[in-house]
Design a protein around this ligand. Sequence first.
Ligand SMILES: C[S@@+](CC[C@H](N)C(=O)[O-])C[C@H]1O[C@@H](n2cnc3c(N)ncnc32)[C@H](O)[C@@H]1O
Length: 263
Amino acid sequence: MGLQWELAKKYLHYYFTAGNRHDVHSPFVFDLVEKVLRDKKNPAVFQEIEQVRKSLLHSAETLQVTDLGAGSLMNAGRERKVSDITRHAAKPPKFGQLFYRLIQYFKPEYLLELGTSMGMSTSYMAKAASPATVHTIEGCPNIAARAGRNFDALQLKNIKQHVGNFDTVLPGLLKELPRLDYVYIDGNHRSAPTLDYFEQCLGKAHEGSLFIFDDIHWTPDMEAAWHTIQQHPRVTFTIDLFFIGLVFFRPDMKVKQHFILKY
Ligand SMILES: C[S@@+](CC[C@H](N)C(=O)[O-])C[C@H]1O[C@@H](n2cnc3c(N)ncnc32)[C@H](O)[C@@H]1O
């Protein structure tokens, strides 16, 4: 409860102080705000994915879950309802839809997600990235299997699921991929592992890569990780949208900048 109250206070601060496109003096970021963040298009694919989310939210199914990372603040025991997992773990439509637009805008070819859960964010990413493959890692086999059914329901063929702990799966997977264009890190929300995954992925990053970190303000520990990432010498600028943080490596910023934008 204490943590959630802290988070609510931080969010209010963000809400009243975050900038908008008029505060952005970089043409690249201005364009991104105009064409991606503020885009209001609502393609049919959004409804298809939201129908799946709706059915999960109404499902009476339960799963035996293997807990690997720092779970949700609401985390319960080992047997969990699919509806609860979906409610607490899946990124809301607004962010899935932002991922879709980011991918359509940047057209990444090598995409990686850490933390599949029910596959809601993965589905948005895969629909936008097709025919490129989205690699997604999930540590709980039962959750991964359930996500697989969601991908089938959405006729998504361009998702490669990897089941296992990020710590063991990621190094091998990175060896297989020539580079990383788009990375979404949404699992094990603790500073040390987050920084470890960041460092590992950096080995395959390039100037055009985009890394997205989830829950950057969730706890003081995650905020510390976010600040360390922002200070990394290869990071040229970041965009803080409160619930997620975008990390860029493009050389076009003369001075490192950290934007906090309302979304
Ligand atoms: C917040 S959920 C992902 C939500 C999903 N990206 C979405 O928005 O729909 C995080 C997932 O990461 C998995 N996870 C956490 N720590 C992990 C680890 N160390 N290795 C593998 N999976 C892990 C959890 O089992 C959980 O399903």
